[in-house]
Design a protein around this ligand. Structure first.
Ligand code: SF4
Ligand code: SF4
Length: 325
């Protein structure tokens, strides 16, 4: 089972109790199941397997509370399997986490929420980014290089303090060194002056396309049999963040499908058709029928990852919602 056990300090990830409920409902043989995720690009507790496994345990994942949690791409993200990409894709090969490629089947459990670079994150993002080795993640991010608008920068240093790659120095304004910058996007969300920008139309669409290319290769390689989206604790940022902002819609429910595109499209539509949560930061800015992720990232086209995924044959944006409970 592919999960995200949450960054240190984050509280919005799908809980171990909820993951266990899915396992129990599916009634799979317990000795065949494991939980997994990959290491990340930036320094922290998810950068190497031993620390990541300890962090996951602190969040309730791993023996004896759940099936074992193992890291899919090795000690430092180096265990990868290279898979040839179809003609016309940006890269000739995909760098995927080895364990993802070795599993007999995969269930992808995703938390549906906002994301700095893709607008929202659900099953497609989980496949594309969460199943890539470190080299694969780096390749996907490599087109995203932020720039500082010097006339808006107050040199407060918040971006530098939060850059996981020490890529920002503060002089009369912040300066980003593109060499160590991994394109993680953390500084974009941290700057209180909105002084850090990327060329959204070009770099972000390249990043999203590459991420979805990876997702489509994982979908064909790793035999994912079921996708589950938790539309709960819908917050502006992903579970990789060290802190968690309040949800901006009330909990909606849990969706499951064998089609990740239909699942993410239905999840997005449900958030769009929900009222904004009372007292949320967007309560006065968006309501029933509004794409609420756009309030946080107005320049990101939420449908772009869906249309790429559909064009790569991952599934269809058409769906039928069947309510079970
Ligand atoms: S995107 Fe920003 S926070 Fe991330 S590595 Fe580059 S400069 Fe640092
Ligand atoms: S957080 Fe924004 S305002 Fe503060 S130093 Fe960085 S770019 Fe400048």
């Amino acid at each position: 089972m592919n999960i995200h056990p949450g960054e240190a300090g984050n509280t919005s990830y799908v809980s171990a109790e909820d993951v266990n409920r899915i396992i129990n409902a599916l009634n799979f043989p317990a000795d065949r199941i494991f939980l997994t995720d990959t290491t990340v690009l930036y320094p922290g507790r998810r950068m190497s397997a031993p620390d990541y496994i300890r962090l996951a345990a602190e969040h309730g994942f791993g023996i004896p509370a759940t099936p074992p949690f193992i890291v899919a791409d090795g000690l430092h993200g180096e265990n990868e399997t290279l898979i040839e990409m179809p003609d016309g894709y940006d890269s000739p090969v995909a760098h995927l986490a080895s364990i993802i490629c070795s599993a007999d089947a995969m269930i992808v459990i995703s938390h549906f929420k906002g994301h700095l670079l893709t607008g929202f994150g659900g099953a497609i993002k989980h496949l594309g980014m969460g199943c890539a080795s470190r080299a694969g993640k780096l390749y996907q991010h490599s087109s995203v290089k932020p720039q500082v608008k010097s006339d808006s920068c107050t040199a407060c240093g918040i971006c530098s303090d939060n850059c996981p790659s020490n890529a920002i120095t503060i002089e009369t304004f912040a300066i980003i060194n593109t060499e160590p910058c991994t394109g993680c996007g953390e500084c974009l969300g941290r700057c209180p002056e909105r002084a850090i920008m990327v060329s959204w139309n070009q770099e972000i669409s390249t990043f999203i396309r590459r991420m979805v290319e990876y997702a489509s290769v994982v979908a064909k390689t790793a035999n994912p049999v079921l996708y589950v989206n938790f539309i709960t604790a819908v917050v502006p940022d992903c579970d990789c963040m060290h802190d968690t902002y309040p949800p901006f819609v009330d909990d909606i429910g849990i969706l499951a499908s064998t089609d990740p595109v239909a699942l993410d499209k239905a999840s997005l539509d449900l958030v769009t058709s929900a009222p904004s949560a009372a007292n949320s930061p967007i309560a006065e800015k968006a309501d029933v029928g509004d794409d609420k992720f756009k309030v946080f990232r107005p320049d990101i086209d939420d449908e772009l990852q869906l249309s790429f995924a559909e064009s790569f044959g991952m599934g269809s944006m058409k769906y039928e919602l069947i309510r079970i409970l």
